[in-house]
Write a protein that binds this ligand. Structure first.
Ligand code: SER
Length: 877
């Protein structure tokens, strides 16, 4: 069965069981501070488990793109080394939200695997949770009893909390789970070793394929477990592993999910898979990582220096490093795999096709820059090895190895490998200690402690009313305290409803204030969105928590933000019109002060194009287009109707659309009622963010007014300085620049003349000390002229010993020139000499034996230096 068909069969099976099939959520998570990437199929449903909102359908199934490279679920180091872990993988899952529970979940999983996919029952094992007394959790007898009806009892194994109690992260929904493992070893091997003993023992051919989680609890910040409002099912099956089993392979990498890419790697690198262990690992690492990186770029997450972008950069660098070391690829090549990947997976994930060029360019650019880093690191490491050899040390200091890694991005494994090739080692403990220290320092700097919610009104729906109103009388639903080094102590408050817009979709959160029933005022310094809730941040709590509070949004800030958001839509429209339909939004930041818009475009936007874009947006503002808002379209209807949605953004079933004339987008942000309120649009910067991605920064409304007032003030100042207000200042400045250039030229000529006069004087005054022409003099010529003078004198006077002391801007330089024959015959050395003469001018220097210079801060010492040089010549000549 081809992998496409396996995916399809899974989805159809659950469709028949009344499950709604939904698309995969983006792999990069935007509105959950506890999670960077989707690490399980259930992430996008977290709010349903917690009871924060209710799904339209209580049965759902999908294939979810997951990435397990950070936090609680991190498989990165295993990937490539073994044959069944991945950074990015597809998780096939079915869910029940307060609907069916253990019985159906287990029976259906069994039926699908053994009847539909026809996996031999005798190669399967299942595990159930054995209980945990420290948490007061009982053995999952219910699951055991259900399994007993389906599979021989000796194939039902007990599992501990680590394996059979599934938790999403440090906090959040969790519960006991029952896993299905498959033994794909040969009959002979099965005879020798009992498969049951290999379950959960990291055996590459006895692997878990499906995990059925029975969500019952919420892990609180204080570590305790609380019952969830309802019981749910969350299952996750490893798609690539299932393909391995169904295609009769021994490794995920031998299935049709990976073979096309592996063939391409073989062709490009000339290394074949199945050759040596190292080459195989490298090929697997690259085949795996190119998927993770490509999918995340398609989701809008580019490699960068922080957060999720940094993790992506590290994954790509791991692949480059394996190629560099084990496949001897010193040139960028991973980007060449994108084409094959898009061809192979583009039908199931069309974003790979539509974003192919961008993914290709971004990866290539990253490869070029990291290969440069590797070259620089190699040079640094070479120098370290040299000095180790000189000092006769066998182990590279751990701190130095760490610095190489941390400051220069040079990978530790490569350091270790290169050292071992030279018979040297690395101080692993020292490295680990330096790493630990750095991690602790950064954890301390960024750690946030969050207490559990104190719930005042459990049933509050937390409705957002801020599209229509800027103030409201509300009730506190719940609150909690957070503390971090960066932000200090803050409170997070959730109301039963709110006019405050929580930061999302690139628009910053509202600010404002709360008036409590007892009359005190609390400032709301920011508003965020977390797992479907609007969270208000304050520095303190109102004196009285119960009762009705009046909350009000800062109106002027909201108005300026709305103007910038509307302008962002018009800018998007303008770019697609003027630069072309290939322009896709790649990020945006809408604040009250300014807006920033990132988009795909292959070249710099020219000043003419920028002017056109500005004019286009301003024309829409002049047209006074009214806001046409629709809050109740389905996603499909809106897209059909021509609205633009963003890839990598998670939309609900019902979406909101915003239309101003022909600008038509899916958007949850706040907007002006009429484009006239934007007043004017002005682009302030156009730059590049990454290969193929440009950024435009712009301002609107009051900020434009401030911008132009400031500009006009500068203009007045310039006119005042020029003291000739009648004339065009640009012409006057041009005139001044020309005058300046011609004066510079004149000065140069005068200097040259002066130097040539000086040259003649010096030749006349040269002393003959036993056949050596000695010249010692001081001057105020600049360094360049002194050097020219020295070389001219060398041409004209044989057997020359020349020393010139120059004073410029309070600093001293000494220049020594010695004819080459004297260097050889008399053993004179200009380099050594200036170093020792440098003490007179309180400085130092060096150079070659026949020409050298020194610089210092004491011009008063020049005569003494000249004297010492002359004495030396008298002695040595
Ligand atoms: N959440 C569980 C897992 O990730 C099952 O989907 O394994």
């Amino acid at each position: 069965m081809k992998s496409q068909q396996i995916r399809q069969t899974f989805l159809e099976y659950f469709k028949k069981k009344q499950h709604e099939i939904v698309p995969s959520a983006p792999m990069v998570i935007k509105n959950d501070p506890t999670l960077m990437f989707t690490n399980a199929g259930m992430n996008q449903f977290k709010e349903y488990f917690l009871g924060n909102s209710t799904p339209k359908n209580s049965r759902i199934a999908d294939s979810q793109k997951c990435l397990r490279v950070s936090g609680k679920h991190n498989d990165l180091e295993e990937v490539g080394v073994d044959t069944y872990h991945h950074t990015m993988f597809e998780m096939l899952g079915n869910w029940s939200f307060g609907d069916y529970f253990k019985k159906e979940a287990i029976q259906w999983a069994w039926e699908l695997l053994t009847d539909v996919f026809e996996i031999d029952k005798n190669s399967l094992y299942v595990t159930i949770f054995e209980g945990d007394s420290s948490e007061d959790l009982e053995r999952d007898q219910e699951a055991y009893d259900i399994w007993k009806e389906l599979i021989a009892e000796e194939r039902i194994l007990n599992g501990n909390k680590k394996d059979n109690f599934w938790e999403m992260g440090a906090q959040g929904p969790c519960g006991p789970c029952s896993e299905i493992h498959v033994d794909i070893r040969s009959a002979e091997e099965k005879q020798k070793v009992d498969g049951a003993s290999l379950v959960n023992a990291d055996h590459p051919q006895v692997v878990e394929i499906w995990n059925l989680v029975f969500m019952q609890f919420n892990r609180m910040a204080d570590g305790t477990l609380k019952n969830l409002p309802a019981q749910h099912v969350d299952t996750g099956m490893g798609f690539e592993r299932l393909a391995m089993v169904l295609q009769g392979k021994q490794s995920n990498y031998d299935t049709d999910v990976f073979t096309p890419i592996i063939r391409e790697i073989e062709t490009i690198t000339g290394h074949s898979y199945g050759n040596t262990k190292e080459e195989d690992i490298a090929i697997r690492v690259i085949a795996d990582h190119v998927r993770a990186v490509s999918f995340s770029i398609a989701d809008g997450q580019l490699p960068s220096n922080n957060g999720a972008g940094y993790v992506i950069r590290m994954i790509l660098r791991r692949a480059i490093r394996y190629g560099f070391t084990y496949l001897n690829k010193k040139e960028p090549f991973i980007h060449q795999l994108v084409n094959t990947l898009a061809k192979q997976m583009g039908d199931a994930f069309p974003e790979l096709k539509s974003q192919k060029n961008l993914i290709h360019n971004v990866i290539k650019e990253e490869e070029i820059s990291f290969l440069r880093t590797l070259e620089n690191g190699l040079a640094l490491l070479d120098a370290m090895v040299e000095s180790m050899k000189k000092e006769n040390t066998k182990t590279l200091d751990g701190k130095k190895a760490f610095e190489l890694n941390d400051t220069y991005g040079f990978p530790k494994e490569l350091t270790r490998l290169i050292l071992s090739e030279q018979g040297l080692g690395m101080d692993e403990e020292g490295f680990a200690a330096a790493l630990k220290k750095q991690q602790e320092d950064s954890r301390k700097a960024s750690a946030t402690e969050t207490s559990d919610w104190t719930v005042l009104n459990a049933d509050d729906s937390q409705e957002f009313i801020g599209y229509d109103r800027l103030s409201a009388d509300v009730r506190i639903a719940k609150y909690r305290k957070t503390s971090s080094k960066k932000e200090g102590e803050l409170y997070q408050i959730v109301f039963n409803m709110t006019p405050f817009y929580g930061e999302s979709g690139g628009q910053t959160g509202d600010k404002g204030y709360l008036e409590s029933p007892s009359g005190d005022t609390v400032y709301i310094i920011d508003t965020k969105k977390e797992n479907g809730q609007t969270v208000h941040l304050t520095k303190n709590l109102p004196k009285e928590l119960g009762g009705t509070h009046r909350v009000s949004v800062d109106k002027s800030q909201r108005m300026r933000t709305a103007a910038n958001h509307t302008a962002t839509h018009l800018l998007h429209q303008a770019l697609r019109k003027i630069l072309g339909e290939h322009v896709e939004q790649k990020g945006s930041m809408v604040r009250s002060a300014s807006l920033r818009f990132d988009f795909s475009h292959f070249s710099k936007v020219t000043p003419e194009e920028l002017a056109e874009v500005e004019n286009f947006v301003n024309a829409r503002i002049r047209e006074q287009l009214p806001l046409e808002e629709n809050r109740s379209q389905t996603y499909e209807e809106a897209i059909q109707d021509g609205a633009i949605g963003l890839f990598g953004e998670k939309y609900g079933d019902v979406v909101r659309t915003i239309k101003f004339g022909e600008s038509y987008e899916l958007c949850g942000g706040t907007h002006v009622k009429n484009t006239a309120e934007v007043w004017h649009f002005k682009i302030t910067h156009e730059t590049s963010v990454a290969s193929g991605i440009r950024r435009i920064e712009a301002i609107t409304s009051d900020a434009v007014k401030d911008f132009f007032s400031e500009q006009s003030q500068h203009f007045e100042e310039i006119k005042a300085v020029l003291k000739n207000p009648a004339k065009n200042p640009a012409e006057s400045i041009q005139h001044l620049l020309e005058e300046n250039a011609s004066l510079k030229k004149e000065i140069e000529e005068l200097k040259r003349e002066k130097a040539s006069q000086l040259k003649n004087t010096l030749i006349d005054q040269a002393k003959n000390i036993n056949g050596i022409h000695f010249i010692g003099t001081s001057t105020d010529l600049d360094a360049k002229s002194v050097k020219e003078l020295a070389f001219q004198l060398e041409q004209e006077l044989a057997n020359l010993f020349l020393i010139i002391g120059a004073e410029n801007d309070g600093k001293a330089t000494l220049t020594v020139m010695i004819s080459k024959n004297l260097v050889e015959e008399k053993g004179l050395n200009a380099g050594q000499l200036v170093r020792s003469l440098g003490k007179h001018i309180q400085g130092g220097g060096g150079g070659q034996a026949h020409f050298a210079t020194a610089g210092g801060k004491n011009p008063a010492g020049i005569p003494a230096a000249l004297k010492e040089a002359e004495d030396l010549i008298i002695q040595q000549a």
